[in-house]
Each structure stands twice: as structure tokens, then as C-alpha cells.
Write a protein that binds this ligand. Structure first.
Ligand code: BGC
Ligand code: NOJ
Length: 811
């Protein structure tokens, strides 16, 4: 069953039933200021960091789900309703939520009145605009009472959730005209406040939650709204809110707009006060003035739309499947930008107080957005590299506000450093900008320890070389890409975290996933060295890569597939000899991508084993058979029930590794079949089962051993977004930036007649038409550039500022 439809022309998903199987959300904001917003108006707002600077409150894991947001209540006679259905849940005469590129529009109608809320964060602005239009579609004049509602978070979201003995006494507000200011802790160490305004006179307000709602009421029937009477409360402690009350009279056919703004202000310590205890409101007033009319709001909205037209204009395709087109042209790219902004910090599954920017995560995310925002990608690479240690190891994550490593989340994930080679080389191939290699980049954010970025890459490469185990394979450390394969943890205490506990020294357990990863990005390191004339460096590195290939062939092959690891005791993990989890996906992905043992048939055998043992109706599971009991020597992976998460769930992040592996041996049909199994637009019809948004990838779909195979969880913030985009565009459609041009080598289903792609590359437009007259999956017979055939399949860099026609004949 579907709950809406794709409106591709507007780049929107249109939800037509508010009772989606889970809240279906969108992200607003593109630089420093962000909101999460659900299809019923739930969600919250923060400045830069969802933990340290949260403006409004949100209740995770609440009953009912999705409680708290930016609500509007409309009282029309005795009927009270909300345009997004929630929180009041009065049945609406019509409802529609359009989630678009960084904006959402929610429209509801009841008893002849239509209310449409347009929500977005203007570019470069530290405030969210909510324009509500009320329209009388009936034949009689209407007298309506409009109430707004938000609940302030006392800034630090973690503390706000826990430290009630203090928090119930600290809340402070000011009210001036139509603006409610939130100034908790402003008088001490905070040089920031927030405000909620409306561009019209108000006839009342409330700032004390309990008086507004009634102590024992939910958000669905606030006392003040039900009685149609604001209490004009001034909050002192407890839970401050902001609610405006406006009386609206509408003649038949008449519409009125109100522009609300939720803003964030930072002031210098000298400039904090207007007078004793009265905050300096000048900056807030200037912000409000910027968008105090519908015209100004719509101009900013159009600017935002143009910004996205430009971003999404850089790569677009036309195939014979609209679901593929909308994934590539719209939603997958959009999700990649959201992972750029959020990494793994704030979603409806990530509370914003747990994780921040992941070292490996943000490096991988970069391959999904580098073509859209290369300058910001460059900055991001330095932010990440600055948190590295001098021996190459890394903080596993850093805080977006401070950009400093956060040791509390854990460390010693031995794959981490290698991902820096991925992000950097992809950045250079996209932009041709080698200059970042010479920039001085600190270690552990300490400028006195800075070295060139190239040195960071070299140190990353040698981190693996310096940390090999008994078989000459990479030591796993706490874990590799699979956070939950904790081979040195040995935890028997449920109060210990698998992410921070390491009970063993860890010089025996080895990872075949890192081995494959090292071969792939080791070769990239070598290629880069050669590009910049460091031939000795390249030759030296080559020896280590060759040795790793040999080590995998000698000690990493199980007969039908690659082993996953050696455990602390030196025993095989992911072998036919094991009782459970005989085969894992990660090492099949990385060792096939690295083409280790291809001539000996290992690559094909490994991929055939994946098909036979890991593939299922809804995607490829991580391991098989699932673990059914806790193995102290394996750690968190065996804590999950069978079929979920890293224990035999379909972990969508790693499925594209297998797709790429398939393209290495030319099996385009198989690669594309795997692609369509997890691509959300292809799952729209099974929304009831899939549960999460049909427009973005989720991290995990329950696997074949699960209670409910096919059920998705943890949508939005996952490496799945970048990897699937990268795979479909660069390996299946096969258009891949390289140092000296655009390489074109598609691996597609044989039945396809071809496809078209427009791609901006180094300032030029490439209009690529791929034709497949012989119905092959792989192989390029001829490439014709602007009418003239070229040698090989790498289209050289062509004149910037122009459009170039590239015809590709497969065969
Ligand atoms: C994994 C989770 C795990 C968590 C621990 C994540 O990367 O996906 O399964 O529980 O790390 O913090
Ligand atoms: C999610 C984490 O963010 C990522 O870093 C990790 O690789 C996967 N889970 C697999 O455990």
C-alpha cells in the first residue's frame, strides 16, 4: 500500500495520508541551522549541533510516537484542528504533506477552511520561517482563533532530558510585542538566545507550558486552545514554551498569511544587554525584518529552490525506469547532502545526543556529495583529518560544534584511517585540485603538530602496514567497518559498552575486510603518488599492497568465499568450519572490489556464494547463518536477534560493495537486481511492510532470519546513501571521474537499450548518450566525442563553459 506519490517535476514526495507507517520526515537547512520535520509537524531545531545547541524540545521513543514539534491549532467555533492532523488528530477534510528539497509544505482543510504551512530555512540564515496561510473556501465569513506552539529545549539536549532538579528552575523568557524570547542561562555563560515571532499583532500569548496545556493534558487538547483563551503567562522555570494567539476574520474566498520565525541569535559578551536583565534584541529584530512579508518569504523560498536546481543539475540521467531516474536525479543526491550536514547525529533514530560526525562515516559520505559542493567537501576533508592522531589512528567521531574528537564514543577502529584516502582521491578526481595535498593539517586538532595533508594520507596507509597480525593481515583493533565485530572485547558485563571496552591486547585478531580495503585504497594511494611524481613512494607502497594480496590468497580464502577474520585465538571467522555465520558480506565486497585472486576464480566464486547464501527477497544479508547465541569472543554482533542489524540484517550500506564486485566481472543484470532490491523508490508499493520513507534509504532492512523480513529501520543517516549513489552512477551506469578525464564503462542489464546522462565535470557539461545495440552488459566498442571517435573509453577534459556531446556504443 502507498501513502502518497512522487511528484518528480517538483522534486517532492507527496504524502496523502497522515497516518504513515512511521513518521516520514524531511530535513530543513543547508549550512549552520537545521530542523527535522515530520509529515505531521513533529520534529525539532538546532544550531550546528543537535546535542549542544538544541532550540526546541523533542521526545524520542514517546507514546504516542512523534510527540512535540512546531504546532498550529485552529479553533473554528467548537472545532479544533491542526493542519498536519497532529497533535489534535481531528479528522481532516483533506490533508497533504509535500516534502521537497529542504522545505516542507503541509496543507490541511476542515469545515471550509484551508491552512497551508510552508516551512524552510532561508540560505545562510539562522532561523526557520513558517508561513501559514489561512483561507476561507466557504460561503460564510469565518472567525478563527489561531494558536502557535513550540516548546523550548534548555539548549543542551542531553542535560535537558535528565537534569530536572536544576532545569525546572532555570527557564527564562521575555515577551515583547509579537515576539517571545527564550533566554535560559543567558545571564550566565551563554551568549545566545532564541526567539519565536510572528509578523502580525497578537491578541495573547503563553510561555508556561503547564498553564497552556493543563498539567494532565497531552498536546492534543491544550486548555487554552480548547477554551479559546490564551492565559498570557510568563514562564519562570518549569517548561517554557512559545505560543502566539491571533484572532483571524476571513470573508468568503479570503486568504491571510502569517509569517512565523524561529530564530537563533549569538551576541558578543559586551553586547548582551539592552538594560538591566533585558536582552539585546537588535539582532533578532533585524532577522525578523528580513522576512516579515509574504513577498520576502517567497523570494527566499525561490532562492532555495534555485539553489537545489543548481545542485541537482550537476548529474542527471534519463533511463527507461522513472524510479531509477528519481533515485539518481533527486532523492539519492538529496540524502547524500543530508548525510553531509548530519553525518550520524540527528534523525528520528539518532537522538542527536549520541553520535556526531564519524571519521569513517563522513569520509565515505563525501563520495556522494563531492560533485555538488566541492569547496565544502575540501573543508570537510581537513576537519576530519585534523582529528587524526600522529600514528594514523583516529577519534572515531567528532562533535560538529567544536570539531574536536570525542573519545567517549570509542576508538581503535582499525579501518578508520584508510577512508581518508577514499575521500581525498575522489575529491581530487572530481575537481583536479591537487593543492589540498600541500596544506598543513593538524593532528588531534593541535596546530603545532601539523603536517601536510599528503603526510596524513601516507600515515593512514602505513597505519595498516604497521599493524599487521600473525598472517600478515590487518589487525582489526576494536572492530573494522562492522562496529559490532568486537574481537578483542570479551565483555561479560552488561553495563559495559562494546564501543569502549577492550579487554584484550589485540595483536592477533585480523580482518579480511580491512585487507580488501587496504588493497583498494592502497592502490589509490599508489596511483596518486604517481600522479604527483612521487615514484619512489609509489614503488614502496606497491610492495605492501602486493604482500597483502598474497596474504589474502594464502590465508584469507576459505574455498568458496573469503574468510571474514581471525579471532583473538587465531581461529577462523566466517568459514565453512564455523557452526554459525559461515560467510560474511564485508570481505566478499572488499576482496572482490580489490579483485584479489580473480584469475584463480576467487572473485566469481565469492560472488556466487553471496548469491547462494546471503541474497534474499529484500536484499543481501550481512552474514549467514545468523548468530543465535552470544559469543563473548565476537562481541556486539552476536547480541542482536537473528536477522537484525549487524547480525544477518540487510545492512544496506554494504550491498553496493557486492554490486561493484559484480561489475568487476561484468554481471550487470545481477548488479542492477541488487540495486533495485534496496532502492527506496522501488519499495514504495510495500510501504506497509517497509515502514520507513520510500524516498530515502534506511540503514537496515530486516533479513531473512528476522521475525519480519523486509521491515526497514533507521532511515536517512547511513553510508548507504553515498555508496548506492556512487555505485549506480560510477559502476553500473559507469561514468567515473578520473585524474585525466571521465572514464565511461557501464555495466548494465543486457536488455537495456542504453541511457542518457548529463554530467558537469570540471566546468564543462558532458551530454552522454550510451547505446547498447548488441544488448551486452559490459564493454565499450566506441566513444565518439563531439562527432569524432576517440581512443579508449576515457573522455579527456574538454573546454569548460561548453556542452560536449559524447556518444558511447557498447558491444
Ligand atoms: C551500529 C550499531 C551499534 C552502534 C554502537 C553502529 O554503528 O550500526 O549496530 O549498535 O554502532 O554504537
Ligand atoms: C553504522 C556506523 O555509523 C558505521 O560507522 C558502521 O560502519 C556501520 N554502522 C556498521 O557497523
Amino acid at each position: 500500500m502507498k501513502y502518497g506519490y512522487f511528484d518528480d517535476a517538483n522534486r517532492e514526495y507527496v504524502i496523502t495520508n497522515p497516518q504513515t507507517p512511521y513518521p516520514w520526515i524531511n530535513y530543513l537547512g543547508n549550512d549552520d541551522f537545521f530542523s527535522l520535520t515530520s509529515n505531521t509537524g513533529g520534529g525539532y531545531t538546532f544550531y550546528k549541533d543537535a546535542k549542544f545547541r538544541r532550540l526546541t524540545r523533542y521526545r524520542y521513543n514517546n507514546v504516542p510516537v512523534d510527540n512535540g514539534g512546531k504546532y498550529f491549532y485552529i479553533k473554528d467555533g467548537d472545532t479544533v484542528w491542526s493542519p498536519g492532523w497532529k497533535p489534535v488528530k481531528t479528522p481532516l477534510d483533506s490533508y497533504e504533506c509535500r516534502h521537497g528539497m529542504s522545505y516542507s509544505k503541509i496543507k490541511g482543510a476542515k469545515n471550509g477552511v484551508e491552512a497551508e504551512v510552508l516551512q524552510f530555512i532561508p540560505l545562510g540564515f539562522w532561523g526557520e520561517v513558517l508561513k501559514i496561510q489561512l483561507k476561507n473556501n466557504g460561503t460564510e465569513a469565518k472567525k478563527l482563533k489561531l494558536f502557535s506552539f513550540i516548546e523550548w529545549c534548555l539548549w543542551n539536549a542531553e542535560d535537558d532530558n535528565a537534569n530536572f532538579q536544576r532545569n525546572f528552575s532555570t527557564g527564562e523568557v521575555e515577551i515583547e510585542n509579537s515576539v517571545i524570547y527564550h533566554k535560559t542561562e543567558f545571564k550566565e555563560r551563554r551568549n545566545h538566545y532564541a526567539f519565536y515571532s510572528v509578523n502580525a499583532p497578537i491578541q495573547g500569548y503563553d510561555t508556561d507550558r503547564e498553564t497552556f496545556l493543563g498539567l494532565y493534558n497531552d498536546f492534543d487538547r491544550p486548555d487554552a486552545v480548547m477554551e479559546g483563551k490564551p492565559r498570557n503567562t510568563h514562564a519562570h522555570g518549569w517548561s517554557p514554551i512559545a505560543s502566539h494567539y491571533i484572532e483571524v476574520e476571513l470573508q468568503p474566498g479570503e486568504a491571510k498569511d502569517f509569517v512565523f520565525m524561529l530564530g537563533y541569535v549569538e551576541v558578543t559578551p559586551e553586547d548582551k544587554w539592552e538594560s538591566k536583565s533585558i536582552i539585546n534584541k537588535r539582532p533578532a529584530k533585524a532577522m525578523i525584518a528580513k522576512f516579515d512579508t509574504t513577498e520576502k518569504v517567497m523570494a527566499a523560498y525561490n532562492e532555495l529552490r534555485a539553489y537545489w536546481d543548481n545542485l541537482l543539475g550537476k548529474i542527471s540521467i534519463k533511463s527507461n525506469d522513472e524510479r531509477l531516474d528519481r533515485m539518481v536525479n533527486i532523492w539519492n543526491q538529496y540524502q547524500c547532502m543530508v548525510t553531509f550536514n548530519m553525518s550520524r547525529s540527528a534523525s528520528f533514530f539518532e537522538s542527536g545526543i549520541g553520535r556526531g560526525m564519524g571519521f569513517r562515516d563522513s569520509n565515505q559520505d563525501l563520495i556522494g556529495f563531492v560533485h555538488q559542493i566541492p569547496a565544502r567537501a575540501r573543508e570537510r576533508i581537513f576537519d576530519i583529518a585534523s582529528t587524526q592522531f600522529e600514528d594514523g589512528s583516529c577519534y572515531h567521531q567528532y562533535q560538529p560544534l567544536t570539531k574536536k574528537g570525542n573519545a567517549a564514543i570509542g576508538g581503535d577502529f582499525n579501518d578508520d584511517p584508510l577512508w581518508l584516502i577514499l575521500s581525498t582521491t575522489e575529491y581530487i578526481k572530481e575537481t583536479g585540485d591537487f593543492s589540498l595535498l600541500d596544506e598543513m593539517v593538524p593532528f588531534d586538532n593541535d596546530e603545532t603538530k601539523a603536517k601536510t595533508h599528503f603526510e596524513h594520507l601516507k600515515i593512514s596507509f602505513y597505519f595498516t602496514v604497521n599493524n599487521l597480525g600473525p598472517h600478515g593481515l590487518p589487525l582489526i583493533g576494536r572492530a573494522d567497518w562492522n562496529d559490532c565485530l568486537n574481537l578483542n572485547c570479551f565483555s561479560s558485563d552488561p553495563n559495559e559498552s562494546f564501543q569502549t571496552t577492550g579487554n584484550k591486547k589485540g595483536r592477533t585478531a585480523e580482518s579480511l575486510m580491512i585487507a580488501g580495503l587496504f588493497v583498494v585504497y592502497g592502490r589509490e594511494f599508489i596511483k596518486l603518488c604517481k600522479q604527483i611524481g612521487k615514484h619512489d613512494e609509489a614503488a614502496e607502497a606497491q610492495k605492501h599492497v602486493d604482500a597483502m594480496v598474497e596474504a589474502v590468497k594464502a590465508h584469507g580464502w576459505d574455498g568458496e568465499w573469503y574468510l571474514r577474520a581471525y579471532d583473538y585465538f587465531g581461529r577462523k571467522v566466517g568459514s565453512n568450519e564455523n557452526e554459525e555465520s559461515k560467510i560474511f558480506i564485508e570481505s566478499q565486497g572488499w576482496c572482490t572490489m580489490a579483485e584479489i585472486g580473480k584469475e584463480e576464480g576467487m572473485v566469481k566464486k565469492s560472488l556466487d556464494s553471496v548469491k547462494e547464501r546471503l541474497d534474499c527477497k529484500y536484499g543481501i544479508v550481512l552474514n549467514n547463518p545468523a548468530f543465535t547465541k552470544y559469543y563473548i569472543e565476537y562481541g556486539e554482533i552476536s547480541t542482536y536477534p537473528a536477522g537484525y542489524k549487524e547480525n544477518a540484517g540487510i545492512f544496506c550500506h554494504n550491498n553496493p560493495w557486492i554490486m561493484i564486485g559484480e561489475t568487476m566481472i561484468g554481471r550487470g543484470d545481477q548488479a542492477y537486481e541488487y540495486y533495485t532490491k534496496i532502492a527506496p523508490a522501488f519499495l514504495e508499493e510495500i510501504s506497509d511492510l517497509h515502514k520507513v520513507e520510500p524516498y530515502v534509504y534506511c540503514q537496515m532492512i530486516a533479513g531473512k532470519d528476522a521475525f519480519k523480513p523486509g521491515e526497514g529501520k533507521n532511515s536517512w543517516l547511513s553510508g548507504t546513501a553515498a555508496w548506492n549513489f556512487y555505485t549506480i552512477v560510477q559502476y553500473i551506469l559507469g561514468v567515473k571521474p578520473d585524474y585525466n578525464g571521465l572514464s565511461i564503462n557501464p555495466c548494465i542489464p543486457a536488455e537495456w537499450d542504453g541511457f542518457e546522462m548529463t554530467r558537469e565535470f570540471r566546468g564543462a557539461q558532458y551530454k552522454i548518450a550510451v547505446k547498447n545495440p548488441d544488448h551486452v552488459s559490459k564493454g565499450v566498442k566506441q566513444v565518439i566525442v563531439n562527432g569524432a571517435p576517440i581512443e579508449g573509453n576515457v573522455v579527456p577534459m574538454l573546454e569548460a563553459g561548453k556542452t560536449h556531446n559524447v556518444e558511447v556504443i557498447m558491444g
